[in-house]
Design a protein around this ligand. Structure first.
Ligand code: PGA
Length: 241
């Protein structure tokens, strides 16, 4: 695996945007796996800037997001649908039909999980998967567990994740308790994986993922088995390595 260190979260975002831009120049119809959360925001801002400068074209790219809360309306400002429109899709030239997100409001959530995996497989799998990492080492919403779950699934969020995501909601009680997440199998099947981590509150998870045993208690540790994984870290996130 490659680990690259940067002085600031803005530089991490620039580095990730350059990797994504290069991916699209090499293969304009690339399938991108996209992430939400605070960490990728500088990446999306830089990609928007590059797009406006004519350096990145998303017109034939395809995207699949990692996850979405269950039973939160798509129009809710905390939904990941809303986040992606607001932070990224509305500012670049993806064809709307090429951007995919799990439907956390599907009547049959298990059928929705199966459908989402099928659409990804039909698109040929993910070329480049962008990831953040939770303070508990989760990737997507694959929470600490005694196993790695292969396929897309419905997840019960842990108290640590509910607490971490509470900052986006009015009260902790408003944070959804369940989400749909891509499974570890789909993530690890991506041809290239780029994980971003910034800030001291990620240092422990980054250290466990890179230095300790491959263990589902730290879901990100599975990434070490992947032949093309790049961690882009600021100095704070790397401070326990
Ligand atoms: P964050 O979330 O970027 O908001 O810290 C990352 C994650 O939980 O994967």
């Amino acid at each position: 695996m490659q680990v690259h260190l940067y002085d600031s979260s803005a530089q991490v975002g620039q580095a990730a945007a350059i990797l994504i831009g290069a991916q699209l120049i090499g293969k304009p119809g690339s399938v991108l796996g996209l992430a939400t959360g605070s960490t990728p925001i500088p990446t999306y801002r830089e990609l928007i800037r590059m797009h406006r400068a004519g350096a990145v074209d998303f017109s034939s790219a395809v995207s699949f997001n990692l996850d979405e809360y269950c039973r939160l309306p798509e129009q809710h400002p905390c939904s990941y649908h809303y986040f992606m429109r607001n932070e990224f899709f509305n500012h670049v030239n993806f064809a709307p039909s090429n951007t995919h997100m799990p439907n956390g409001n599907a009547v049959d959530l298990l059928a929705e999980c199966a459908r989402y995996d099928q659409v990804i497989a039909k698109a040929g799998g993910i070329d480049l998967q962008l990831l953040g990492i939770g303070r508990n080492g989760h990737i997507g919403f694959n929470e600490p567990s005694d196993q790695f779950v292969y396929g897309c699934h419905v997840v019960k969020l842990t108290p640590s994740t509910i607490q971490a995501n509470r900052r986006f909601f009015d009260t902790e009680a408003d944070v959804p308790r369940e989400a749909i997440s891509l499974g570890i199998g789909s993530i690890i099947s991506a041809k290239r994986i780029v994980l971003l981590a910034t800030g001291y509150d990620k240092a422990q998870a980054v250290c466990r993922a890179i230095r300790e045993d491959i263990d589902p208690a730290t879901q990100a540790s599975i990434l070490r088995t992947h032949p093309d994984v790049i961690f882009l870290l600021d100095r704070a996130a790397a401070s326990k390595l």
